[in-house]
Design a protein around this ligand. Structure first.
Ligand code: CMP
Length: 140
């Protein structure tokens, strides 16, 4: 059965361009409830660990440098079928390939600066949520 929680980050480009409010509006309009949320800036150590799975990719250091370049918003979201529905809402990694009406189509700059993160599986949603929040920071 599909899980009902996913994890997201509004990334530095979207924070810098003033789109936190617009993106949160799209998320709640799509039926996601916010269960935890934090405005923060990642350290290099945190970004490296979060994206460890991409450590061997050529864009790893670029990704880490970008993710620590400014503040982000991290959040745990709840909705039936959360992981898949959220990935539909955000659109393809590359905004030039993202569907009309998706968050990345509207607000992302490029494949690297792509406005938002969305977990790719229930397992990773749980791992990523726990990476950013302890249990006292998540509402029931
Ligand atoms: P995200 O889905 O958050 O997780 C992996 C990230 O790596 C992805 O978003 C992009 O920001 C980034 N990424 C993926 N492919 C590339 C690429 N070819 N060049 C630079 N960054 C990339």
């Amino acid at each position: 059965m599909a899980g009902n929680r996913t994890f997201t980050m509004i990334k530095p480009d979207a924070v810098e361009s003033g789109n936190i409010g617009n993106i949160l509006q799209m998320i709640t309009d799509a039926g996601f409830a916010i269960k935890a949320m934090k405005y923060t800036q990642l350290s290099e150590e945190q970004a490296k660990k979060f994206y460890e799975v991409h450590a061997e990719r050529p864009f790893y250091q670029e990704l880490v440098d970008y993710m620590i370049s400014g503040p982000i918003v991290a959040a745990i979201l709840e909705k039936e079928n959360a992981v898949a529905d959220f990935r539909t809402l955000i659109g393809s990694t590359d905004p030039s390939e993202a569907a009309e009406g998706t968050i990345r189509k509207k607000y992302a700059e490029s494949k690297a600066k792509n406005a938002v993160h969305g977990s790719d599986s229930d397992e990773n949603a749980a791992i990523e949520g726990e990476f950013h929040f302890d249990s006292t920071e998540v509402v029931a």
